[in-house]
Write a protein that binds this ligand. Structure first.
Ligand code: DC
Length: 217
């Protein structure tokens, strides 16, 4: 059983996906973390996000894995725990940039599908329902107004960055534009996705709606 949750940054995907997976007793897979892991490793090696040749070499030599850690997961890249380094505004933008490169998407496609074969799971990302798991059992597209999304993200990171709300809103708009306009696997709802706007909904209300849809699927 595979449930997919796609949508733009700040729509509440992570919180909702975690809770939903927990209620269903499924594994939760944050595919954005994989793109962030590649972005982080590329930056460590001084690789530009447009350098396909260097990105190919990086991927050929890269082992990315999630390791369970209490209620969450740690991301391990070539044996190194990179979890605490991948949530900065810089890595967010770099992840969006490397995610537009087909070589990176192809590399992660196989990894994500292999994860999907292992266990019932909730997969969170941008192209889960459209490209990675077109046959998923239930697909959701979670959205919210640009202002709501920026405010949520700002609240989440305010204690650890110097970014203002306006900075967060600007970065988010740039990232949305990148993610929606790229040629390969752009961010968009699958034709058979259930679209939920979370702007005026609590997390609990979103999860309840999703559980109802899954029960009736
Ligand atoms: O979900 P996130 O904000 O952690 O994702 C970081 C970036 O990774 C996002 O801007 C686009 C890219 N991404 C993607 O292209 N496809 C996915 N399935 C998940 C993330």
């Amino acid at each position: 059983m595979i449930v997919t949750i796609d949508g733009p940054a700040g729509a509440g995907k992570t919180t909702v996906s975690r809770l939903l997976a927990d209620r269903l007793g499924y594994t939760y897979v944050d595919t954005g973390a994989l793109y962030r892991g590649i972005a982080y490793m590329a930056r460590q090696k001084g690789i530009a996000p447009e350098d396909d040749e260097a990105l190919a070499a990086l991927c050929a030599d890269l082992n990315l894995a999630f390791v369970a850690d209490g209620a969450g997961h740690r991301l391990i890249a070539n044996g190194i725990d990179v979890t605490d380094h991948i949530r900065t505004p810089e890595i967010s933008m770099l992840a969006s940039a490397v995610s537009a490169r087909p070589i990176v998407r192809d590399f992660l496609l196989d990894i994500q599908r292999a994860m999907g074969r292992r266990k019932a799971a909730v997969f969170e990302g941008r192209d889960m329902g459209t490209v990675v798991f077109p046959e998923a059992d239930v697909k959701f597209f979670l959205d919210a107004s640009a202002q709501t999304r920026a405010q949520r993200r700002y609240k989440e990171i305010a204690h650890r960055t110097a970014q203002s709300l306006a900075d967060v809103q600007r970065d988010m708009a740039r990232r949305d534009a990148n993610d929606q306009s790229r040629a390969v696997a752009p961010l968009k709802p699958a034709p058979d996705a259930i679209c939920i706007d979370s702007s005026a909904l609590t997390i609990e209300a979103v999860v309840t709606q999703m559980l109802d849809h899954i029960e009736n699927a």
